[in-house]
Design a protein around this ligand. Sequence first.
Ligand code: PRX
Length: 651
Amino acid sequence: MSEPKKWVKEDPNNRFLFWPTEIMKKKAWVSDESIYKEAEKNPIAFWGKKAKEGLEWFKAWTETYQWDPPYYKWFLNGKINASYNALDRHVKTWRKNKAAIIWEPEPPDEPTRVLTYNDLYREVNKLANVLKSLGVQKGDRIGIYLPMIPEVQIAMLACARIGAIHSVVFSAFSGESLKSRMKDAEAKILVTADGYYRRGKIVDLKANADLGVADTDIKHVIVVKRAGNPIRMTKGRDVWWDQLMAKAPLYCEPEPMDSEDMLFILYTSGTTGKPKGIIHDTGGYLTVALWTAKWDFDLHDDDIFWCTADIGWITGHTYACYGPLLNGATILVYEGALNFPQVDRWWEIVEKFGVTIFYTAPTAIRMLLRWGEEWPEKHNLRSLRLLGTVGEPINQDAWMWYFNHIGGGRCPVIDTWWQTETGATLINALPGIGPFIPTVAGRSFPGTIHDILDETGQPVKIGEGGYLVQKSPFSPGMLRGVYKDPERYAAQYWNTYGDKIYYTSDGAIWWDELGNIRLTGRVDDVMKVAGHRLSTAEVENALTQNSSVAECAVVAAPHEVKGEVPIAFVVLKQGINPSTELESELIQQVIRAIGPTAKPAKIVMTDALPKTRSGKIMRRILKALVKGETVGDTTTLMNPETVEDLKQKVG
Ligand code: PRX
């Protein structure tokens, strides 16, 4: 296949602007601009058509969309099953023996595992029967605390098959984090593993799981044998996956679920210390997972799609499980670290399996950029034809490096904006349409409506910044609520501009008259640390658990590679002196409470925090300090003298 050497076009304003080549357009599922207008004319009809075309329903819906602010429903009274759509449909076709999952373990000398659609189907059916035999019923919540091994997709789909609601917890989260989520979800069963490999070492996951299930309603812990590390099995509670699966019947009837029934709960950080359980439904989520996977990544049957996100995040749910499997695609799953045993491990994998579509986070790209192009240059990456990014704003240097050194100047870079709450991508360029603009995510996915508003709720003009919102009809993939917390749902998303406008908490700028949008980052106290979503309040809660801490405030500081990192300002109790030992103790405290991703980059010990006369911590000032910006007006402060002291300490 010959490719045009140069497909870069500069726009009149001297910005980079890339358009798809004729070859890309020809291959793409959508290449005609008119799709946007067509969907816009009647988004409800558009999604209705897509839901029917892409999925097999046991019973057709009677009403496509219903809106009762701040709630909306899609495909009302329709009956559907996620596992049936991801598996049964394919095993009835030639795809039966197609690879569904290619799994690469971290230890390079361990063999690759390939699961065909039929293998996956069989394992999912068996596990569904196992869950039933343990008393799981439709609507029960099941915790999944697994690393990136195929058992994670098997467990999710097995839950979906019997109508149980899965709640996956990131395997690098601590036992304490697991516990608070399992308690909130009132989970009955936890699926975990003995351990897994991370940078050549075995992580003792089961020990964390044991901490996590203590004092919860969890009756059974199903343990996958992955790393073979010695673990403690609690009699009567813990059971080995293999033993249960050996006896399990091979077929389990898929449960016909109401389209609006919960498919999963995924906990994510908000602005308070308590993570919220984001609820996703079945039919709406599946529709958008399927079509965004297909159109954004131009997913075809001969593709090998690698989404590097961990399954513990929404990106893993939608693009390392549901989206591609609904399309009958082949996904690559890698267990370990990107730099093990060397920093070219990812490229070795791309070359080994001929990965065609590669989707990762800007943080990873910036890390790879630092290590230098000599690493990707050692490998033949010509199988790649499309690149994607997600999770945080991408800077132009990283975008261009990705485009040139990973994509070889051939592959479009699809920068997808979305959130745990939105379930699937919402704002990005489509590969057959473009344009692909570094630092600009793109346009609203067909059938979705976004706007950018100023503080008063007025739409902003092109080139101006404001707050990104979504308008009705809301994407069928959007959250259906916050688990057991309708007040928080209403307050967080439907309060800023009223209950008819979904507030994203993201800053954005209209880029051009085409409707392209540049995202500028969160405007609340949610941090994106190496693409991971964390709240400053969670880190504060962890720190104040230490008996030496009187008070603290955590803010996000910009970081060259990770995007943002937490910086903690800590006031110690009287009589306690700052020390490096205490600093490491506090860091360990955060790791224990949340996990290594939340580790503060710096702990600033101080006598006082800047406060208003009413005693409120002025975070604005701390934020300005860590960003190296001017602090501005300090006259309203009760203790303006702290600012100078903190300035010295922050450095
Ligand atoms: O601030 C936005 C940022 O990530 C937030 C959502 O985080 P989370 O729920 O963990 O989901 C991440 C993966 C979908 C958003 O509010 N974000 C996500 N994608 C982008 C982004 N910021 C800029 N550009 C993106 N492409």
